[in-house]
Design a protein around this ligand. Sequence first.
Ligand code: GLA
Length: 389
Amino acid sequence: MYDPKPVELANQFHQATYATPATVQAYAPGRIEILGNHTDYNAGTTLSTAINRGTAVVLSPSDTSGVNLSAANLDQSVHFDPTTDETMSDEYQWANYVKGVFNLLRPHGIEVDNVNCTFAGSIPMGAGLSSSAALEVATAYALIEFAGGQLKPITIAKVAQAAEQRFAGCNCGLLDQFSSIFGVPSGLIHSDFRTLETTSVELPAEARFIMINPHIEHALAESPYNERRSSCEKATAQFNSLLDHPVETLRDVSWEEFTQYRDRIDPEAAQRAEHVIAEITRVAHGIELLEQQNLHAFGQLLYDSHETSRTAFENSCPELDLIVEAAREAGALGARLSGGGWGGSVVVLARESEAKALCQSIIKTGRTHRLDPSAEITIPSAGAQIINP
Ligand code: GLA
């Protein structure tokens, strides 16, 4: 299962630009983070889904050296040398993700050159749905197929993450890449970033996740994301010297230990750690509640998550807060910011029978506050794949 639109667009653009059909087609979906905010780089746990929108990357051999790369949605093309690791100019920032993957796959024996490459996507950019991870993952799948190689999914996720870190400047964890790779139709992905294991979690049939995009600017590389990561590392080091067991990451600090020792560490670091440790606890609790089909209590965890984002981690913004409140007033089961924060989208949990009315109500409230939000009921979908012609 994949979104056919970007695949068609990428193929059409490729044929029109390079006068040859693509020989390899890969697709990777975007994601929604459901619970476990900023826990991935703290060796924590998350619940997420891959969504029914994604990015397609198609390839064909070329006679000349280097990579001809086209972005079909933008109607732009660039040429680069895949052996160099310099980033592209600001004008072609989108190319950096692809360039990063070409370059970082080389040490794994996937050395692709002399190639035409086109991508197209249906994930709105800047909406917090990980369009960049989908592009990195789809590029990696396409290149591995083109080279006739094989890499483990976890290695692919790490290459894609490294491309994001080194070529796009965001010191992210593995959540987005894992979600795009390990997506399951109609279920959630439970990822453990200590063991790097994923399992699927069944969703009650009536559960629907709605993405509300308030359409505000969002670029994680320019946000305090990297600063928050440093604060978590600071809290980790301080807990390590206070507790009587090793603390390698915030995963090693229980909620009880946190409440007992929080006043003895740097106040700002404690505030950031509060959100992360609470989120790890919420993921475990959330899985139990889903097993019990208790959507009502599960939804409350989403509201609780947004609350510590807003007050402790401070990665929300007035527009996201407004949407969460609009969802609450409209009777949603739960709502929270999804992903890095400081923009992006709000994920709303609703029962199927109420989802459409909720969308309308939230849009209406947004408009009375000079926002122009869009709403989409998403479908949890399969992960990245090669598409056979
Ligand atoms: C972004 C990052 C992820 C993760 C989330 C927050 O999406 O890319 O690695 O840290 O933010 O949970």
